[in-house]
Design a protein around this ligand. Sequence first.
Ligand code: MSP
Length: 644
Amino acid sequence: MTKSCNKVFITTPIYYVNDVPHIGHAYTTIIADTLARYSRLKGYETFFLTGTDEHGQKIQEAAKARGKSPKEYADEISQSFRTLWNEFDISYDKFIKTTDPEHIQGVQKAFEVMVEKGDIYKDHYEGFYCVSCETFFTQTQLIEGGFCPDCGKETHIVKEESYFFRLSKYEQQLLEWYQNDENCILPKAKKNEVINFVEQGLKDLSITRTSFDWGIKLPESMNDPKHVMYVWLDALLNYITALGYGSDEKRMDFWHNTTHLVGKDILRFHAIYWPAFLMSLGLDLPKHIGAHGWWTRNGEKMSKSKGNVVNPKEVADAYGLENFRYFLLREVPFGQDGDFSQKALIDRINSDLGNDLGNLLNRIIGMSAKYSDYRIDSKDVAKYHKKELDQAWAILEGIEHYIYELQLNRYLEDLWKVLTLANQTIATYEPWNLMKEGKIEEAFALVALIANLLAKVTILLSPVMPQTTQTIAKALGFEINTQAYLTLYKGNELLAPFEIEKVPALFPKIEEELLKKADPKPQMKADKKGKDQAEASIITIDQFFQTKLKIGTIIEAQEVPKSDRLLKLKVDLGEEKPRQIIAGIKEYYQPSDLIDTQVCVVANLKPAKIMGLLSEGMLLAAKDKNGLSLMRPEQPKKAGTAVG
Ligand code: MSP
């Protein structure tokens, strides 16, 4: 995003459909979502794109291993991304699939334009290919034994006829771009890596394949049906085909102000190939390409085979989606790797969110309840607290440059400095003593100052925690929108008089004991006996019986406040006490319809905390596009009867 503009385009990478969404995908998407929300808050017309990358050898092989057609398989996994982003309230404007007809049309058009420009020629490719990274390598780039330098997996020799893109022609122009456009690649350290790479010389790039067919065919004008496009050419072009390039071009005016969010592993494709393709097409270059670091687990790369992949849905369900968003953005400096730890997440929730933010709101509510019957008026704030207002403004005035530089952790750090200032000001002036001393006007002004500081932070925090901040804003008598941004933040104005509303605790403290039990489980455990078995997720009968399934009778059911998905159930499993189970079934069942019905329960699941509530089991249910059905015994059974 740049400082002033009308239309803003923000993108995530499009995700490969050979894998279900994990924390890395969620991270890129949440950063992009935050930027898109920020841009809308500023009043810019914003177009936020995400989607799935569905062609290529990797997807064809993954589909085959599962006995599905590539399209069927791609549609299925693509849907799991779309569902997760919907559940995560990701504010995308378009979800592109590279199997969309408009995308295919746009890619073929781009190919034709590059041919006309004289940038594509036919030759033979001979070298090494990593299917997992969908990347070509020369022998000297490989690590000992012929393995991929990026992911460490085996590479294959490829020897085939191929069309090439004249990447070498753009070497100089690329170097000039890096030099002239300071923030084109962020963070700067990553930009230097790209420059070093390009300075070593660029080779022309093979951009078609003939040894498999799951890809976009060349345009008919090429009359060469055995070639399909290289998946990275196909994928990168999504950023313009989504705006209508080659089909209906009415959204192409968003293109002039583009920010791409990517992980560091795919920066080379975005910072070298992509701008070169754009130069060939005669289009503007992106304004920013931001490369974030990787999330690791106990210092190790996450991978299915290690069984250490963090499932973002589990974490969000256990700790709250917005708390998770805050954690991801606050914990790690943009561009650096971060280790995912449950402890760090809990500390952030209890300390930053609970103590600093939630308590501040409670203190304002408590003080105004005692002193002024919930009325808050800013009229004397400047008279008594000019110093504190100026201190806050000194922090907030320049804070947006962190957004332009994608340093979201620094941005949040500075917002928290204002919360600290607010909390310290209460301690310094001791409003309870002011009241005792009869300095009522001063005490009121102090409470109003704190409310105003919190209001400003709330507006600026809203792209990160959109729902929570709406709740805080409502309590403080205003709504978060561009008008509030322009007056309360940009104009540094103060709140109009209002009556503060009570709100339930926003960040209930997470108890140590329960937290230990709620360790987010790896997404998929690999079977030690081998990759093939892991791929097919085969388990032995003994492994199956490790899961204790029991029939339970629901004896109480009620809604969980503030949740669209959750119901709180008491389920009798024939034990001393009924279990409390928090189930995501509210969209499908009325609480009253569940009472006295039977369900099938996973009875030996580690208890977890969901939205602050202990959940001691899980209900079995089947879900498809027609809805969700709980699994129930055909005939009534005694509560606690084993299933298996
Ligand atoms: N399909 C390509 C992108 C094409 S864009 C034109 C692709 N897809 S991916 O699904 O493999 O990865 C998408 C993103 O997830 C990348 O930005 C990658 O960096 C990110 N992550 C994957 N694992 C990650 C972590 N463990 N941590 C943080 N992000 C990582 O590449």
